[in-house]
Design a protein around this ligand. Sequence first.
Ligand code: CO
Length: 425
Amino acid sequence: MQDLLTFLGASPSRFHAVENLCHTLDGAGYTRLSEGRAWELAPGGKYYVTRNGSALLAFRIPRKDFTGFMISASHSDAPGFRVKENAELTGPDGYVRLNVERYGGMLCAPWLDRPLTVAGRVLVRTGDAIETRLVYVDKDLLLIPNVAVHMNRAANDGFKYDAKCDTIPLMGLEGTKGSFRAIVGKAADCKEEDILGTDLFLCIRQKGLVWGADGEFLSAPMLDDLQCAFGCFQGFLAAKESASVPVFALLDNEEVGSLTKQGADGTFLSDLVSRICEAMGRDRASAVANSFLVSADNAHAVHPNHPEYADATHRPAMNAGVVIKHGVRYATDGAAQAVFTAVCQRAGVPVQHFSNRSDLAGGSTLGNISNSHLSLNTVDIGLPQLAMHSCFETAGVKDTEYLIQAMTAFYGCVFQEENGRFTLA
Ligand code: CO
């Protein structure tokens, strides 16, 4: 549990999350590949590649011919607020604020009245090149103040947040005008004028913690989806070698539709499969047919104050195991469910089921989108959590370990399908 909190604490942005995983892979002897170069892959080799600094694919080549790919996919981004290019809003009345826009479908209320800062990446001119620097402004820099209830009597009656004013953070008073870019430059260790581009997001200063009468809950930023990413990653690292290629995929932009080069609706994952097959002289179509994707993105636990939002017969509980997600917006079907359930049984991990209450649309995730580029047997899963898309989400302390165990077993399997008969060696 501490490992998860440490990872989350060191990952205030998607770029930091990817970099932290890269460090772990470096330490574990993985070779970093570049998409822009030819790849020489060898049996027994361990590799990873990033795209845009916000998506990551890691994989191992088995010592013998491989059957197919055992893949997990989770996402690195989280809903929040993106800092606009011309970031400073001066006024009214001597205030200096930061101009931000919504990124994804966040719960707005939790962002207010708490210390915030910015994190992300800065593109810096260095001689002939443009270098990427990750930045985290390590101070209580910003806050979005609520309007006093005396002036906003509707505050407790279903308030509608106006994105152009209600969620704009305050940074300082008149004397601080023009200082934001200098603050970012300092964090990026560069001159202000050498900043050529930025991808900066607001983040909360509160670190993750364990709480509850018996320490049964944990709350932290970005549990959706870094909790699943972490669990899949640990399982990927721990798995025994099999005759499959294990692939850990962390993709970006899930919260805004995945339609980017580094998103699930891009070619990153399918390009990887093609390149591995080509390098190893393996027929791609038959390898993909003998492959399996676990699309891992958090699920909703039954809410203590609003149990009525949960479906009558699908009621995921925290600390009760991995959740298989069912419904028209998920890729899960009976076959994929059966295969993943068999994996969990093998690992001794309890399985729960989620389905939207029949009159609610719910959300969507990576599985279906990824299948439009790489079509293979897919299950959608997640860990049960509360307050999804809050900036401080809550989950059970036991469930990460359940996911690690399930994914360790999953990555050690060889999956094959022949006319409706599925085997897991
Ligand atoms: Co998610």
